[in-house]
Ligand binder design. Sequence first.
Ligand SMILES: Nc1ncnc2c1ncn2[C@@H]1O[C@H](COP(=O)(O)OP(=O)(O)OP(=O)(O)O)[C@@H](O)[C@H]1O
Ligand SMILES: [Mg+2]
Ligand SMILES: [Zn+2]
Length: 260
Amino acid sequence: MQTELTHIAGALGSFGAHVETAAGSCDTHGAAEVLVRKGSPWHCPKCLEAKMAAEQHLQWMAARSADLMHAATIPAKYIGQRFIATTEEQRAVRKTVKLFSDFILKSATWAALILVGKTGTGKTLLACELAQALMASAARSIRYITAAGMVSEIQATYGREGKSEETEIARFVQFDVLILDEIDAIRNTDNASLLLTEIVNRRYNANKPVIVISNQPFDHLGRYVGERVHSRLHENSFSCALNWGDARRVRQPAGEGAAA
Ligand SMILES: Nc1ncnc2c1ncn2[C@@H]1O[C@H](COP(=O)(O)OP(=O)(O)OP(=O)(O)O)[C@@H](O)[C@H]1O
Ligand SMILES: [Mg+2]
Ligand SMILES: [Zn+2]
């Protein structure tokens, strides 16, 4: 080791005058000699390597998470927003969402998170918050879209050269998690129902979880999404009923509440 380092220092020519070998020991990796700038303290080469790898990994995660965020099409309104649970019911729903999240991170299998409740109860917010956590901490790919939006995106390929329905369907199957908002608001046409069934069924077969959101109670969803989709939503199902008031009606612009 010593001769090797002296050799390297020699090979560096005039630069060699500014470097020296330093010896030291690390609790984890033991003794080592390294080439340092004259007067610089010794460092463990293995710890340095590990630190650089960790930094590189963090950089990679940040870049990946930015790419994932871009592809996820989360509405700007919900980016960085948190669902605040103040009641027992809200805490219970949060817990179910966490159970779903733990389940899909642990087992690569089909699962469905169902968020149902009246308007303004925080369904979209909860789903988008979970999506952002899954992208940032587990690098999962997510797509957020309304069911009607998904059908329109696929139908937009009809008659367009170079785009096929099949490619578009495959795109919606490929994401690790698909969030289908307003799933009951799908247009009641044969083609829309077929496309929804096809995507849910392909995801089901490929062990890829979904999050579905609706204003209708879970038991009634079959009328809107069809029995084949409804049935699949019952397998590995994490169901949350958000049974509280419309947050939009109780929130007021800053200052307005204080005047009342
Ligand atoms: N628990 C909460 N903590 C913080 N903000 C909340 C909470 N619940 C709702 N909000 C806010 O209230 C508004 C309505 O929430 P959101 O859009 O998620 O409702 P929704 O259930 O999806 O309604 P809709 O069925 O009409 O789409 C948003 O501005 C959201 O950020
Ligand atoms: Mg919503
Ligand atoms: Zn070390």
